[in-house]
Ligand binder design. Sequence first.
Ligand SMILES: *Cc1c(COP(=O)(O)O)cnc(C)c1O
Length: 338
Amino acid sequence: MIDYRSDTVTRPSPGMLRFMFDAPVGDDVFNEDPTVNELESYTADLFKIEAGLYCPSGTMTNQIAIKCHTQPGDEIICDELSHIYQYEGGGIGFNSGCSVRLLHGDRGRITASQVEASINNRDDVHKAYSRLVSLENTANRGGGSCYDFSDMKAIREVCDANNLSFHLDGARLFNALVVKEEKPEDYGRLFDSISICLSKGLGAPVGSVLLGTKEFIKKAKRYRKIFGGGMRQAGIIAAGGLYALQNNVERLKEDHQHATILASCLAQRDFVGSILPVETNIIIFEVKGRFTAKELSARLKENDILAIAISATQVRIVVHLDIMPAMIEETVTVLNKL
Ligand SMILES: *Cc1c(COP(=O)(O)O)cnc(C)c1O
């Protein structure tokens, strides 16, 4: 099977597995796992942020960040396609008792003026208290779209002027970093908290890291325990994340090249309508004419290719490090035959 369903389907490479096998471990709830400690400080240093916290998932790092930044009754401002709203099981309400102000952005990206216009009057007792702005970079449902750094900076300024915290869901931030040739530390300066996924395109089997000030991470650690995310000899999986950060960042460019090849093939096919601009490793396209999105997904599956119909009319292809050049060739051959 050539599996384009998500960049979460990757399996640890032999090199990563050896590194995991050899990792020194201890009880992380006692702060005694040297590998977890190393992963957290390595990631924090990379972003020039004070501290990091290893968690089982990106949903948990996002939800802990939201919990830390807010009080029940507060409001979070984000794009309507955001993972924190769409795909975290209603966790904003469940865990933090907050409401959400959903903005209609451009491929998952919102602007400073949209944010400014959505801040409630704090003196009006009828209104939820605007507390937090959350961005997603790259934006999954935006087809892996990337923010321009200046646009995020403009949002930061609105946050500063209005006493709002600023969180980044950076599940695929490294894809944006290699495309835009930006530095992690630029992001470290800009955001109050950042969530990084190790189990997406970076290819680790488990986990995410939450970054913030020492004080923020101290609070986050308490919530991680309450949410049931305190792990013991977690170094064994954290080692996969450390290996991923040290070996699998630059190669993300290959995934982006592969995505471009597939997109230009799709653009030639009569059953493909509009394709969202391909900036990183995700292709979201309209299916028209001969197939519905579901039918196309089924036809691909008959040819041992997996891709998800994410709506009645759209299919998503996600490229990752287990997709080899020969698989891209094979996919192009299949697409041209359909
Ligand atoms: C995958 C993902 C997450 C976290 O997902 P988990 O499966 O909980 O690790 C968060 N945000 C975005 C944009 C994602 O794609």
